[in-house]
Design a protein around this ligand. Structure first.
Ligand code: SAM
Length: 226
């Protein structure tokens, strides 16, 4: 008889029917959307890996506490910014926000010192490479290192927020539960997400690629609390 890890095929089928695997998609459907706008009213916000800065700009235009600082950052050097990113950076500065280039999310203290925030947001993290690092998907390595670094920049009660495409492929690439555990966070709360809810946000992907959201219809926001 066919056996897998000591269980018969019949046992395995019985288990799978009784306890179907929960996909991120299923979980996301169980929760409401994460309220980014409410979060903007709750204190200082750090945006990282912002690409063309359009998400930070859109959110900074929502009602918020003027005394709370907003810092929008990109990985790229100033010379590497697109025209759209430069334009959005100017608009952010006019709104009283700060903008910083050359901010690597995996070592935030190198560029932002000891600053702490109520919320740290990374929308659609993605590295240009598909080659494994340390035997792991490079996107898993990115989010794990980001979470470890962000932990040191959270105010008490603060949250780290990451949105990704909601598909088994992305779930397997990011492995966010495992990343949370490695970085000392509890398993993230999962919310559904629709980038089209944010007028003015035009998602930017890595150089020479289309939008990471193109061709996808399901998205999820993962919320990590210390
Ligand atoms: C798919 S794009 C998303 C850009 C933007 N967040 C958005 O939603 O339009 C992925 C972004 O991750 C950024 N990124 C990748 N690795 C990073 C790192 N180590 N530190 C900061 N940003 C990083 C890239 O520069 C790129 O802008």
């Amino acid at each position: 008889m066919y056996e897998f890890r000591g269980a018969t095929l019949q046992d395995a089928i019985h288990q799978a029917v009784r306890y179907p695997a929960l996909s991120t998609k299923t979980l996301a459907k169980m929760a409401a959307k994460f309220d980014f706008t409410a979060r903007m009213r709750m204190g200082s916000v750090l945006f990282v890996g912002e690409g063309n800065l359009s998400f930070a700009l859109t959110m900074s235009r929502t009602p918020r506490d003027p005394a709370s600082s907003i810092l929008a950052t990109v990985d790229e050097a100033e010379e590497g910014l697109t025209d759209t990113a430069c334009d959005n950076a100017r608009k952010l500065l006019k709104l009283g926000c700060s903008v910083k280039t050359g901010v690597d999310t995996t070592g935030l203290s190198d560029t932002i010192g000891k600053r702490q925030f109520r919320t740290i947001i990374f929308q659609f993290p993605n590295v240009a490479s598909r080659y494994p690092r340390y035997g792991q998907n490079p996107n898993h390595v990115l989010v794990t290192r980001f979470l470890k670094s962000a932990r040191n920049h959270l105010k008490p009660g603060g949250l780290v927020v990451i949105s990704t495409v909601d598909s088994p492929f992305y779930e397997g690439a990011f492995k966010l539960d495992e990343a949370a555990r490695k970085a000392g966070f509890a398993a993230p709360a999962i919310f559904s997400c629709d980038p089209e809810d944010y007028a003015g946000y035009s998602h930017q992907n890595m150089a020479n690629e289309g939008s990471a959201t193109d061709g996808h219809t399901a998205f999820a926001t993962f919320v990590f609390s210390g």
